[in-house]
Design a protein around this ligand. Structure first.
Ligand SMILES: [Mg+2]
Length: 233
């Protein structure tokens, strides 16, 4: 069956995200350089983010709170208020960072919109994700937007059911094996991995090998071609 529901991830699939996080993380390391070396800061911040995921969820706001918490911890509460302010401002800049679609994305979405209903499926903060979609100018391609707290098998089953589709008539494309590929395959859908040069440690996972409903693509523009291959002859 050729998929009629085309799910698309947002961050690092439609626009840059991890690059903005890394840039902010580098700024954080600079601001804290009097208290710890970059390797320690990387490890402390990653552990703090992971601890806080259940409380803050995914996104820039939770990341900012984790930066502040890490700064307080590594400085043993000695961090100057001025530096805390700089960290807060760095987090704020992330929220207001311009959102430019990745090269070729707009053309790919235009083609894909002619093949099925496009649904944006993204984790993170509702307000920020909606703002980014609006700023990207890509909103009109989508029939639906699903901002979810976690991308697991149940999430995809629920999303496919909401659009009146059985999993074998749904495909998801995104940059994360852990979030955009494995749970979709487990739910019975098709999944395309469109790698982004940087992968957040938390999202790292091995791609499936020789799975009949999985394909790794070099860019989103290759997705219509795979859909054509899936069309019954
Ligand atoms: Mg992503």
């Amino acid at each position: 069956m050729q998929p009629s529901i085309i799910g698309l991830d947002a961050d690092d699939t439609l626009w840059h995200n991890e690059t903005v996080f890394r840039f902010t993380h580098d700024r954080f390391n600079e601001l804290l350089s009097d208290f710890a070396d970059p390797a320690t800061l990387d490890a402390e911040l990653a552990a703090c983010e992971k601890r806080n995921l259940d409380t803050y969820g995914y996104g820039a706001k939770g990341f900012t709170l984790s930066m502040l918490e890490t700064a307080l911890n590594v400085s043993k509460r000695k961090i100057p208020a001025e530096t805390l302010n700089e960290i807060l401002m760095a987090g704020r800049e992330m929220m207001r960072h311009p959102v430019d679609p990745l090269p070729g994305v707009e053309d790919a979405l235009e083609t894909l919109a002619g093949r099925g209903r496009l649904v944006l499926v993204t984790k993170g903060d509702l307000f920020h994700q909606e703002s980014k979609l609006a700023a990207s100018g890509l909103g009109s391609f989508f029939s639906g937007v699903e901002i979810v707290s976690e991308k697991n098998v149940e999430t995809y089953q629920r999303v496919f059911a909401r659009y009146g589709t059985s999993p074998d008539a749904a495909i998801m494309a995104g940059n994360s094996v852990r979030s955009d590929v494995l749970p979709v395959l487990e739910a019975g859908g098709f999944a395309a991995l469109v790698p982004y040069p940087l992968v957040w440690e938390h999202e790292a996972a091995d791609a499936p090998e020789n799975h009949p409903r999985f394909r790794e693509l070099s860019c989103l523009g290759d997705l219509p071609g795979w859909l054509d291959e899936l069309r019954p002859h």
